[in-house]
Design a binder for this molecule. Structure first.
Ligand SMILES: Cc1cc2nc3c(=O)[nH]c(=O)nc-3n(C[C@H](O)[C@H](O)[C@H](O)COP(=O)(O)O)c2cc1C
Length: 355
């Protein structure tokens, strides 16, 4: 499959190619969660880069779910003017837009939120969620999706990867509850499935709804099992999601649990073919992107390659073009559309910023 072939989602959304901008936290918005000009500028620069679809950063659906200073929010209607500016600016530049919905769960930063973080079970500095918390959060995800639709985005992606709220509930080790939200996988997946069902019930069928998963343990995502993740993906497809996005970090690597098998082979067998599968992780070249498609992905999402190369998707088909690779200097990052804060944040990704 060519990276430059269009892709159609079950929602009816058509995108012009299969190179997407991954969701990237960039800390360039205002302390009150409203869109900052630097975040707008950054997203515009990537929307001009030829990508078929761009995803926004993880945006918190409630104030207590914030994880970073300068994070874009989607928790209140008073944020709509900024969100409308963002979606319109992306649309003018050609790509489709997916807004990422997020709650940090036990990883929320109390220094920012002013409240104690909560997750499935009590842990150091984290309280166990009450029933009220969980019903409130399902409603907040649905409200946020409605808001993203009203703002003019083409769809939303529920961030259920990387150890935040939904991953913690899915986890067999972090989630130690014995009620309807913990124990067997059906219970651990309930928060995610109920949230997706609530979103689907409140937005139009033509509005694209997807979910991002970490299929196996990686970094702070712990207690995940590939076979369980496959079951969750199948349940999500049955709930009517328009795509599954796998955060793999190494998109060409086989699975940890089954070292002879690539996770995409298993997900493609499990998720019905009309539901596209997106994959992200260390994709730098056209050959790598097309190798990931050959493994069963329908589209690839680029993070660091798109930070280093604003117009990656426009230039990747040129056989003489070599993408710029890290380390990049802060000045180079500034010149490619990142503000000082975002450029400095890239230091937390080993080897990315030149000293
Ligand atoms: C600076 C930065 C910010 C990120 N922010 C998010 C985010 O907001 N939501 C998310 O799901 N993943 C986030 N990720 C993960 C990326 O979307 C992507 O999956 C990961 O970087 C691997 O792809 P890459 O090797 O192309 O960078 C972030 C990654 C980076 C480098």
């Amino acid at each position: 499959m060519s990276l430059f072939a269009p892709l159609v989602f079950p929602s009816g959304l058509v995108v012009r190619n299969r190179a997407f901008l991954a969701p990237l936290t960039n800390k360039q918005s205002h302390a009150d969660g409203s869109l900052g000009d630097d975040e707008l500028h950054w997203m515009c620069s990537r929307a001009e880069g030829g990508f078929g679809l761009v995803e926004t950063c993880a945006a918190h659906v409630t104030l207590d779910g914030q994880n970073w200073p300068g994070q874009l929010g989607v928790f209140d209607d008073n944020l709509l003017p900024g969100l409308k500016r963002l979606s319109a600016a992306i649309r003018e530049r050609g790509p489709a837009s997916i807004f990422q919905l997020f709650h940090a769960g036990g990883r929320s930063d109390p220094a920012i939120t002013g409240v104690m973080p909560w997750g499935p079970s009590e842990a150091d500095g984290v309280r166990a969620a009450t029933e009220d918390d969980l019903h409130r959060i399902i409603d907040a995800f649905a409200n946020a999706a409605v808001r993203a639709q009203a703002a003019g985005f083409d769809g939303v992606e529920v961030h259920a990867g990387h150890g935040y709220l939904f991953t913690a509930f899915l986890s067999a080790t972090v989630n130690r509850r014995h009620d309807a939200w913990g124990g067997p996988l059906e219970h651990r997946a309930r928060l995610l499935l109920d949230s997706v069902r609530a979103i689907r019930a409140r937005v139009d069928r033509g509005f694209t709804v997807g979910v991002r998963l970490s299929p196996e343990d990686w970094g702070r995502a712990r207690g995940l099992d590939l076979d369980e993740s496959l079951r969750v993906a199948a349940w999500l497809a049955a709930e009517g999601v328009d795509f599954i996005h796998l955060s793999l970090w190494q998109a060409l690597a086989n699975s940890t649990k089954y070292p002879d098998t690539h996770p995409l082979t298993l997900f493609r067998r499990t998720v019905p073919p009309p539901v596209p599968i997106l994959a992200a992780g260390s994709i730098w070249t056209l050959d790598e992107a097309e190798a990931v498609l050959a493994l069963g992905a329908d589209a690839v999402a680029l993070g660091r390659a798109a930070i280093a190369n604003p117009d990656w998707a426009r230039r990747a088909s040129d056989p003489d073009w070599l993408p710029r690779r890290p380390p990049l200097t802060i000045e180079e990052l500034r010149a490619s559309g990142l503000n000082q804060t975002f450029a400095e944040y890239m230091r937390s990704f080993a080897g990315f910023v030149a000293d």
